[in-house]
Design a protein around this ligand. Structure first.
Ligand code: RB5
Length: 149
């Protein structure tokens, strides 16, 4: 099994149900899901779930990571602190395509209190089916990498 078809999923307590719906959806499209929880609804802290997901992507164990919290914002901020991670919050499919096409994003964040399940699944599909364009965008992604030190 290669990182190429592995996607790591995590969330905080707010988004467990949507995370499970996304897992079922992407498994049906042939992806191997690495779901690192949480599985119980007790209140938890989104930074640790964002970080744990990001580490599996940054290490090369998984090709992509999908994370969720109430807004998608807090968990995204934590994930982006991990070297090598480019994660965007998306509330629309256009942005989900563009963060792959232009920014070579390797993680996607969604807010369960912002978008419904149908749109969330479309956002995931847009993200996973779009390739990085390279060219002048590769120069810009390199500039982001350079900021990591
Ligand atoms: C949890 O209540 C909430 O703060 C969290 O899910 C997220 O929205 C943070 O950015």
């Amino acid at each position: 099994m290669t990182a190429g078809n592995r996607i790591v999923l995590s969330s905080d307590h707010a988004a467990i149900q949507l995370r499970q719906a996304i897992a079922t959806h992407i498994e049906a499209h042939g992806w191997v899901v690495v779901d690192i929880g949480p599985t119980t609804p007790e209140s938890t802290h989104y930074p640790k779930h964002g970080e744990a997901t990001a580490r599996l992507v940054a290490s090369g164990d998984c090709r992509f990571g999908i994370i969720l919290c109430g807004t998608g914002q807090g968990i995204m901020m934590a994930a982006n602190k991990v070297k090598g991670i480019r994660c965007g919050v998306c509330v629309d499919t256009f942005s989900a395509r563009m963060i792959r096409r232009h920014n070579d994003a390797n993680m996607l964040s969604i807010g369960v209190r912002v978008v419904g399940e149908g749109l969330a699944l479309d956002i995931v599909d847009a993200f996973l089916t779009t390739q990085f364009e390279g060219g002048r965008h590769a120069t810009r992604v390199e500039m982001i990498r350079a900021l990591e030190g």
